[in-house]
Design a protein around this ligand. Structure first.
Ligand SMILES: [Zn+2]
Length: 358
């Protein structure tokens, strides 16, 4: 009898513990509290002496405990495909069916989005993806980066920053991850995340021993904080291409399955099917004027191949552009205006055996 009571008692203790586990705890974000199994959408306001802006954020807090995934879209406000894909995805995400938490920054750089500004925040002419970790006493974009670093990235166990080719870029979709030899475990987790996103082309950012100097980039700030971090690059030319939107929605679903935030199978690309790009070369313009090219993103180029040309502002032929390396064009400038130092092509180097196959 005593044994039976003891068994019953331990059953009650175990089941109440499991129940507590199953319910999870509240998620705190600033002064906001999100209950398990609910979502909250709100604006966070940032201001400097001169400017102010707001950030639209949604937090999905799963019924059951699990990892926190931070996602940013719209760090560049004219990269619409990831912004819209995240919005669609958010409508389908049910916190009642989730483990853990997703912090989604819908549009990190709202002034850039609303003012149709390529890459920079027009309030202070700064590129948000060059000022991390930010500065709480700096200009508006530096304060925005500071908020994202300390309130979104710092709260995440995993991090994803989503981009597209900007308004002037044609782009072949790829994912990327931060890879530094002094942090093999974080790099490996990020590599697994990148594969879970399902894009066949995977760029390895860094590939040195460790990050030197400021993090600069949004997702590299996550890496510096010991958080596995990946990027998506999908979409182009300030268009809203349905296929590209669907591709990112699929990638997000697969990543959440991979992290076991959602229940389902991830569409992880097998290691031997993924094409890892360890090095890239940017071809820049030596002049200002017009740029012309018949090449497309995704095209394979051989070293020395003619890629295009520039003219001066009167239309006189100026410079012929040649491929400095062999590889694939990941993205290229697709319309005429070009300044000295602007990127014309970004070419991903590929392992020799892969180049031969193509
Ligand atoms: Zn971008």
């Amino acid at each position: 009898m005593k044994k039976k009571i003891l068994t019953l008692l331990s059953l009650i203790i175990v089941s109440s513990f499991l129940n507590l586990q199953a319910q999870g705890e509240d998620f705190d974000f600033g002064e906001r509290t999100i209950k398990p199994g609910t979502r909250k959408s709100f604006f966070v306001e940032i201001s400097s002496e001169k400017d102010s802006l707001k950030i639209p954020i949604s937090i999905f807090h799963g019924k059951k405990p699990g990892p926190v995934l931070g996602i940013t879209a719209g760090v560049h406000g004219m990269e619409y495909v990831p912004i819209i894909a995240a919005q669609n995805f958010a409508k389908k995400l049910d916190p009642n069916q989730m483990r853990g938490t997703v912090i989604l920054v819908h549009i990190a750089n709202l002034p850039s989005f609303l003012n149709r500004s390529v890459r920079i925040n027009p309030q202070d002419d700064k590129n948000l993806n060059r000022v991390f970790p930010g500065n709480k006493n700096g200009s508006i974009t530096q304060r925005l980066a500071y908020f994202l670093s300390n309130n979104v990235i710092a709260k995440s166990d995993y991090f994803l920053d989503m981009h597209a080719g900007d308004a002037n870029n044609e782009l072949r979709p790829y994912s990327g991850y931060y890879n530094y030899s002094s942090s093999p475990e974080i790099s490996q987790k990020a590599r697994d995340m990148a594969r879970a996103l399902g894009f066949p082309f995977i760029v390895q950012f860094g590939n040195t021993d460790k990050v030197e100097g400021a993090s600069k980039y949004c997702s590299r700030e996550a890496f510096v904080r010991g958080i596995p971090a990946v990027d998506i690059e999908c979409g182009q030319k300030a268009l809203v291409e349905e296929d590209a939107v669907a591709q990112i929605e699929d990638a997000l679903e697969s990543l959440l399955n991979h992290l076991e935030i959602s229940v389902g199978k991830s569409k992880t690309i097998p290691e031997d099917k993924a094409v890892f790009i360890a090095k890239r070369t940017t071809v820049t313009s030596n002049h200002e004027g017009f740029f012309y090219s018949n090449m497309s993103s995704g095209d394979y180029v051989q070293k020395g191949m003619k890629l295009g040309y520039t003219t001066d502002l009167f239309g006189n032929r100026q410079e012929t552009i040649y491929a400095p390396v062999e590889g694939f064009i990941l993205y290229k400038s697709f319309n005429p205006p070009i300044k000295k130092g602007d990127g014309l092509f970004n070419i991903g180097h590929l392992p020799k055996k892969l180049i031969k196959k193509n």
